[in-house]
Design a binder for this molecule. Structure first.
Ligand SMILES: *[C@@H]1O[C@H](CO)[C@@H](O)[C@H](O)[C@H]1NC(C)=O
Ligand SMILES: *[C@@H]1O[C@H](CO)[C@@H](O)[C@H](O)[C@H]1NC(C)=O
Ligand SMILES: *[C@@H]1O[C@H](CO)[C@@H](O)[C@H](O)[C@H]1NC(C)=O
Ligand SMILES: *[C@@H]1O[C@H](CO)[C@@H](O)[C@H](O)[C@H]1NC(C)=O
Ligand SMILES: *[C@@H]1O[C@H](CO)[C@@H](O)[C@H](O)[C@H]1NC(C)=O
Ligand SMILES: *[C@@H]1O[C@H](CO)[C@@H](O)[C@H](O)[C@H]1NC(C)=O
Ligand SMILES: *[C@@H]1O[C@H](CO)[C@@H](O)[C@H](O)[C@H]1NC(C)=O
Length: 356
């Protein structure tokens, strides 16, 4: 009653607004109930105030996406961690909504009933149950039945960023590999060319792929670090662990919750580790791989060495065949296309004789 404003009270209006806003705790909500919508401009805020879920626009565009970002760190744009409708943006600047639909799916709609994205769960809600969406304190969006069972979580559908707490990887029974996929460009969250994930061949290393082709690999896990990442020295203290995959039948790397760290496959194809610095109030890049020309996977093809030399535009690769080998395709090789690599030199009969 106290907070309802009548016309004759209009002079008191500012006072009442202040009193009303004082009487309501200002912390945002972190849930959506069945049938409830989040309109463009509204957000969910995780307990602990670290993460926020809502609509955002990357760069200078008219496209709206549902995403999760850090509320407490830096600006929205630099720190989008997860995107729902990455392939289908809302184009009506104010018409978008995120809704927990009556059928129990979380959906993103353009104006009206035009569904752009859905969690696509087929499990119906049983008669005596309901369903709820919650943005958890670790940044995970969960869809729970009222008995507390989780039927869907955003951590199982990563975009381009790993945040501590996620457990995504290679399912050894189904072969399904949960990979991280780059944005198409700095300002377009649609799926880009690059993916980051566990070697489907089950060696304990990470790969970055450019489409189907390996672009980079981390080197083997030695129990503490990936040996091919130069910045991962033995004193590297970020406490990654490898799952017990014999037992769990799922191979993944994970680390304990620490909001100061994130890892991503950038739109330009580099695997990056970023650390929040309280001092500079910004994210600093701890490493980005690959960064030099010879770090690219199989840069010089088979039976060749890669050396980095100072070129016109910084470091350039120089490929050379191993001793006793020659370019597989000489014209291409001489033109600087090294992809076909080298082959063992065929010895002439007289040379073979001479070697005896
Ligand atoms: C955009 O959304 C608003 C709010 O829902 C609606 O009134 C308007 O008609 C929509 N415009 C178009 C072009 O769909
Ligand atoms: C949901 O299903 C539709 C239709 O099969 C499909 O186009 C869409 O990509 C699916 N969405 C997700 C998030 O998987
Ligand atoms: C809901 O119904 C199912 C079977 O219809 C039953 O097993 C379950 O115990 C019920 N749950 C509650 C919370 O009543
Ligand atoms: C949903 O499930 C998660 C565990 O998966 C739990 O941490 C969370 O408290 C649950 N939330 C609700 C509202 O049921
Ligand atoms: C992704 O691949 C396409 C087609 O090969 C290419 O045109 C585009 O430049 C690539 N994008 C990036 C960021 O490398
Ligand atoms: C989280 O990471 C920061 C930055 O590297 C570090 O200073 C801090 O000790 C870490 N916190 C925990 C609990 O490990
Ligand atoms: C380089 O050589 C490979 C293999 O022979 C060929 O498929 C590719 O088109 C060549 N690339 C360029 C840029 O010529």
């Amino acid at each position: 009653m106290f907070c309802s404003v009548r016309n004759e009270l209009f002079l008191l209006f500012p006072v009442i607004v202040i009193l009303c806003s004082l009487s309501v705790p200002s912390r945002g909500k972190d849930t959506l109930t069945l049938g409830e919508s989040l309109r463009d401009g509204d957000t969910l805020i995780s307990k602990g105030d670290i993460f926020e879920l809502g609509f955002f626009t990357p760069g200078e565009s008219n496209r709206r996406y549902i995403g999760v970002w850090y509320r407490s760190f830096s600006t929205k744009l630099e720190t989008i961690l997860w995107v729902a409708n990455r392939e289908k943006p809302v184009t009506n600047l104010s018409g978008g909504a995120l809704t927990l639909a009556r059928d129990g799916n979380l959906i993103v709609t353009n104006t009206g009933s035009d569904v752009l994205w859905s969690t696509n769960i087929s499990t119906p809600i049983s008669n005596n149950q309901s369903r709820i969406v919650q943005l958890l304190a670790d940044g995970n969006i969960v869809l729970n039945n009222s008995d507390g069972t989780t039927v869907w979580q955003s951590f199982d559908y990563p975009t381009d960023t790993y945040i501590p707490g996620m457990r995504v990887g290679l399912d050894l029974q189904t072969g399904v590999n949960q990979v991280f996929t780059s944005w198409r460009s700095k300002t377009d969250p649609a799926q880009g060319n690059f993916t980051l994930g566990i070697d489907p061949g089950r060696s304990t290393q990470l790969f970055v792929w450019d489409g189907e082709h390996p672009r980079w690999r981390s080197g083997r896990w030695n129990g503490q670090i990936f040996i091919g990442i130069e910045k991962m020295v033995p004193t590297y203290m970020y406490n990654f662990k490898l799952s017990n995959y014999d037992l769990e039948k799922k191979m993944y790397y994970y680390t304990g919750f620490n909001v100061s760290h994130r890892y991503m496959i950038s739109w330009d194809g580099t695997d990056q580790h970023l650390i929040w610095s309280e001092t500079s109030r910004s994210w600093t890049r701890f490493f980005a791989e690959p960064t030099t020309p010879c770090e690219l996977y199989n840069r010089c093809g088979n039976y060749a060495t890669c050396t980095e030399i100072d070129g016109k535009v910084g470091l350039e690769p120089l490929c050379m065949c191993l001793k006793g080998h020659v370019p597989a395709k000489e014209t291409e090789w001489n033109n600087g296309n090294w992809t076909s690599g080298c082959v063992r030199r065929v010895l002439y009969k007289c040379e073979k004789e001479g070697m005896k």
